[in-house]
Structure formats: C-alpha cells, structure tokens
Design a protein around this ligand. Structure first.
Ligand SMILES: Cc1cc2nc3c(=O)[nH]c(=O)nc-3n(C[C@H](O)[C@H](O)[C@H](O)COP(=O)(O)O)c2cc1C
Length: 195
C-alpha cells in the first residue's frame, strides 16, 4: 500500500540516521535487541561465512568502555587535553543501546575478503532498518576510535576490525532530511564499449 506509513516501502523510504550525541533513551529492550540483531544477520553472505559480529555494550558496561577509550586516547594522542577526555566520557555514555559492528572476515578463503566486508556493511544497514522498523532512531559512526588498535583489541578478536559504533535510541528533536543524490547522477544505463 503506497500511503500506509507502516508499510515496508514507507519504512525504506523514510529511514534516516540520528546523531548519536542527540539520542535519548530508552533504547530497545532485550527482546527488541534480539529482533534487531536477527534482522541484521538476515543479509546476503557469499559462502555463508557470517563474517560479522555484533558486540553489545550494556548500560552497566559504559564506564568500562569509557576507560578503554581514555586509555586509547592517552596512548595515541599525547597532546590530548581535558576536553578530549571529556569527549570520551560523553561518547561512552550516549543514550540508548550501543552495538559495535565488527567485521570478522575469514582469511585465505575462496570468498574474497572484499565480499565479506560488503556483507558486513549490509549487516549494518539491516541493523539500521530493523531499528527504524521498531520505531527507533539509529546512528552509525566510526571516527578515530574505530581505527585505534587499543580500542580494537578491547572489542574484537584476532583478525577482526571495527566497522562502526551503532547507537539506537530516540531522537530528542525532529530529524532533518538531508539532500539525497539525484538518481540520474548515480544510476545510468550501461554504454557498451565501442568494439
Ligand atoms: C561506515 C560508516 C561510518 C560512518 N561514520 C560516521 C562518523 O564517524 N561520523 C558521522 O557523522 N557520520 C558517519 N557516518 C554517516 C552516518 O552514519 C549517516 O549515514 C549520515 O549521518 C547520513 O544519515 P542518513 O543515514 O540519514 O543518510 C558513517 C557511515 C558509515 C556507513
């Protein structure tokens, strides 16, 4: 149904990200999280390798998460000021649920790592859509923390890397729409090369 706001099409056409720092709680409960993560895992996966993990950082673990971020900042940025450390406190305590999306490719497999990473991206996208379908707003961010060896070791196993931090909650204000690329700039009919 074209104008049914609860229809799948409408959900796909209205999903937007929220800024993690603007989210408010409560985030999804345990049952809703299971549902969101199950939806996130229902994605194309060449070779059925499940080359992704969802690491949930619970409310009661946020102080420990902050400690990891502070240690990483101290180790990787000798010029970090109190303001930088305060930012780590804020990041670690953003409202709602936190899922760390982890890329866990199987190395030396006939399925190229690139394809496994694409599957991880699809998992992130389905996670956002699952959250939206349940009435939540989600935001996927990376930044230096996603590329820090210190943070990676605290959240990932060997050979794994952080694909993003995804916060899920409600938005404290009306979400702004952003410009989307005009279809003609991103889609084109194939032009066969001249022989
Ligand atoms: C892998 C990945 C990493 C991202 N990292 C950041 C980030 O660190 N900071 C940020 O503001 N947006 C980041 N974004 C973009 C936001 O998640 C989001 O796409 C953007 O705010 C636009 O919102 P939209 O989903 O409504 O188009 C990232 C997106 C992806 C796919």
């Amino acid at each position: 149904m074209l104008n049914d706001p609860s229809s799948a099409l409408s959900l796909l056409e209205t999903r937007r990200s929220g800024k993690p720092r603007e989210l408010v709680g409560p985030g999804p409960n345990a049952e809703e999280m299971d549902r969101i993560l199950t939806i996130a895992a229902r994605i194309p996966d060449h070779g059925k390798l499940s080359p992704w993990r969802f690491v949930t950082v619970g409310e009661e673990q946020r102080d420990a998460f902050e400690a990891v971020l502070r240690e990483a900042l101290a180790a990787e940025n000798p010029d970090a000021t109190d303001a930088h450390f305060e930012k780590e406190h804020e990041f670690a305590h953003y409202a709602g649920q936190l899922v760390v999306l982890v890329s866990a490719p199987v190395e030396d497999h006939k399925i190229p790592v690139w394809e496994q990473q694409l599957s991880c991206g699809a998992a992130g996208m389905n996670l956002l859509l699952g959250a939206h379908a349940l009435g939540y707003v989600a935001g996927w961010v990376t930044g230096w923390r996603a590329y820090s060896d210190h943070v990676r070791r605290a959240l990932c196993g060997p050979g794994e890397r952080i694909a993003g931090f995804i916060f899920i909650g409600h938005c404290s204000r009306e979400l702004e729409e952003r410009d989307r690329p005009a279809l003609e700039t991103i889609a084109r009919p194939w032009q066969p090369p001249a022989l």
